[in-house]
Write a protein that binds this ligand. Structure first.
Ligand code: AVI
Length: 318
């Protein structure tokens, strides 16, 4: 079954990528928004990251969801519309959908249309009674989600600690927008926790080099889509943990002085010059709950594992 993909945002992705990359490369230090990781190839690489032994996040969050699915479903109530922000592989959504009482609809929002179409097709086969409303777009920009005719209660689902990829001020603004988009519904959100920096470092510097490939996919994507000529071997993946700011910072560092052509423009890189590609902020349970309160939510329940690696929060709208 093919489910039509609605658009959250009209601007074509390719133009956004070109404009943002050119603008980011003109800045000092050079930077690019991490949302551009997720073309189809990047989404597949991210799936591989989720299965890495060093990347504890996915398996810990999945185990928490599985263990507490009944409790979560009771808090969400029957006949809800699940709105998932950044649908990813849908593995976690299935755990939720299986536990919920007669879920009304599933509305995944994701930036990668091709990827979303494929995963939603597989979900449609397994949940024939569920209304599926995949929406392609950038939920960090626009959250105008059309209501279903019978206007069911909404519950937001934002797993994977993607909130950590926003700077704290932007994370707060996003939580506020989500609260508005949910029309009074609650939000189930996964948040990675502050911990031993060695564990954090290993999670973003895996031995198999998948995170490095994921990071460099930004350059490969520019080569594919924007006629750029980045030499992937001339950049190093570098992802240190900044303990003061409680975040992983991810960079591509130019290994030599070089000039790259992109859409007819020439961009200079000095030897050792960084291109900042991502931040991944970590929270304590208390610091995240405090931010949720400032965004207008009431933190109602929180689940964490014995080692306190990861947390899942149920936030109710005030
Ligand atoms: C999607 N996001 C929560 C991931 C993270 O851990 O910040 C993206 C990622 N970057 C490198 N590895 C995973």
């Amino acid at each position: 079954m093919d489910t039509p993909l609605a658009r959250l945002q009209r601007a074509p992705q390719e133009d956004c990528f070109a404009d943002n990359l050119l603008a980011g490369l003109a800045r000092t230090p050079k930077e690019i928004a991490c949302k551009y990781f997720y073309d189809e190839a990047g989404s597949r690489l991210f799936d591989r990251i989720c299965d890495l032994p060093e990347y504890y996040q996915t398996r810990t969050e999945t185990a928490l969801l599985t263990r507490h699915a009944g409790e979560i479903a009771a808090l969400m109530g029957p006949q809800v519309e699940i709105v998932e922000f950044g649908a990813g592989s849908l593995r976690k959504a299935r755990i939720l959908l299986d536990a919920l009482a007669a879920p009304r609809a599933y509305t995944p929002l994701d930036i990668s249309g091709a990827y979303l179409a494929g995963v939603v097709r597989s979900l449609a086969a397994d949940y024939p009674a569920l209304a599926l409303r995949p929406m392609v777009g950038d939920f960090s920009q626009s959250l105008d989600i059309p209501a279903l005719p019978d206007n069911p209660r909404r519950a937001g689902f934002f797993p994977g600690s993607t909130i950590g990829n926003f700077r704290p001020e932007a994370a707060l603004a996003l939580l506020r927008r989500m609260r508005c988009g949910l029309n009074g519904g609650g939000l189930l959100i996964g948040v990675d926790l502050v911990k031993d920096p060695h564990l954090l470092h290993a999670a973003y510097n895996d031995a198999a080099g998948v995170t490095a490939m994921f990071n460099k996919n930004l350059l490969a994507r520019a080569n594919r889509e924007l006629d750029a000529d980045f030499d992937l071997n001339a950049f190093a993946h570098y992802a240190p943990y900044n303990a003061g700011a409680q975040r992983i910072e991810m960079y591509l560092v130019s290994l030599r002085r070089q000039r790259v052509s992109l859409r007819g423009r020439l961009i200079e890189f000095a030897q050792g010059e960084p291109l900042h590609t991502e931040d991944s902020h970590k929270y304590t349970i208390e610091s995240f709950r405090e931010m949720a309160c400032r965004a207008g939510f009431n933190p109602r329940a929180v689940w964490t594992d014995e080692e306190r690696l990861f947390s899942i929060h149920w936030l109710e709208s005030r």
